[in-house]
Design a protein around this ligand. Sequence first.
Ligand SMILES: NC(=O)c1ccc[n+]([C@@H]2O[C@H](COP(=O)([O-])OP(=O)(O)OC[C@H]3O[C@@H](n4cnc5c(N)ncnc54)[C@H](O)[C@@H]3O)[C@@H](O)[C@H]2O)c1
Length: 328
Amino acid sequence: MILITGGAGYIGSHCAINFLNAGYEIAVFDNLENGHIETINTLKTIGKVNFIKGDLKNREEIRNVFKTYNIDAVIHFAGYIEVTESVQNPSKYYRNNIIGSLNLFDAMVEFSVKYIVFSSTCSIYGDAKYTPINENHPINPINPYGKTKLIIENILEDYDKAYGIKSVCLRYFNAAGADSKIRLGETHSPETHLIPNILKSIFEEDKTFKIFGTDYNTPDGTCIRDYVNVEDLAQAHRLAYLYLQGNNKSDCFNLGSEKGTSVKEVFDTAKKITGKEIKYQNAPKRQGDTPILYADSSKARKILGWQANKTIEESIKSAYEWEKFLRQ
Ligand SMILES: NC(=O)c1ccc[n+]([C@@H]2O[C@H](COP(=O)([O-])OP(=O)(O)OC[C@H]3O[C@@H](n4cnc5c(N)ncnc54)[C@H](O)[C@@H]3O)[C@@H](O)[C@H]2O)c1
C-alpha cells in the first residue's frame, strides 16, 4: 500500500488519483487543516482509499498508520506552503514541516519502509543565477518555507546514509490546473497562486486581480514563471516510485514545463480562454520575487522518463472548469 501524506490537499489528491488509476490501494494521512474531506470522498469513488485523519506533529498518530497498514512506500506532500506566511511566522513552518517530516521518517525507519518521494520546491534555489534552472544550480533558499524544504532534503540524505532510506526529492516549479475530469482542483485558503486568483476575479464581485510589479527586466515587465500541470506532476510521483523500486537509489529532479510564461501572458491567456473581461490593477513588486524562474527538466526526462505534456492553456482551461464547478 502507498501512504500519501497531505493527500487531501491539492497536489497530493491528484497524485492519489494517479496511483488509484494504476490499481494501487492507498492510505491518505492528513490533518485536514488545509485539505478537504470532500476531496477524500471523491477519491473514495475512484478506488481503494483508507483515510486516516491525523497530524504528523503527533508521533503516535503517524506510528499507528505504519502499525495498522502494510506500507510499501511513502509519498510525502504534507506541509505548510505559504512563502509570505513563513517569513512572518517561521516557527510555525519549522515546527510543522521539519518536526512533522522527522516523525514520518523515524516511523519509516522503525517499520522498515525504505522508499519515499518528497515534495520539494524550486524555492530551494533562491534567486536564479541563470535560467533554465537545472539541479546543479546553486542552492540558496531565501525564505523559511524554502529553507524547511532544503533541511528536509538534507535529513533525507543523512537517513539514506545511516538507515538506508531511499528518497526521490521532486523540486516542483508552479503547479497549475485541475483534474481533467474536473473531480478535483486547486482550493487553497487563502489562495496565493496566480491562476486561481485571476479566475476568482471573474466570479467574485469584490476581487480584483493584482499584478505585482510591472517594471521587471523581462520583455513585458512582469515576472516569468514555469507553470507545470498538476496531472503531469502526479505522474512524476509514480515514475519516481518505480525508479526507487528499480534502482534502490536516492536522487532529486526538477519538475517544470521548461517554458517561462509571464504574469501578463497568463492573464491574457485566461481572458482568451474564458472569453471574460477580468478586473485587474497594477501593484508594487513583492519583496523577494525573483524576475525569471523556469526549469530545465532534462534530468527527469532522461532518468525518470517524465516530461510535462500539458500546456498552460490546458491548465488554465481545467482550472476555469473547476472554478465553475465550485460555484454550481
Ligand atoms: N502548489 C505548488 O505550486 C507547489 C510548488 C512546490 C512545492 N509544493 C509542495 O507540494 C506539497 C503540496 O502542496 P499543495 O499545493 O498541494 O498544498 P496543500 O496545502 O493543498 O496540501 C498540503 C496538505 O498537507 C496537509 N498537512 C499540512 N500539515 C500537516 C500535518 N502536520 N499533518 C498532516 N497533514 C498536514 C494539509 O491539510 C493539506 O491537505 C507541499 O509540500 C508544498 O510545499 C507545492
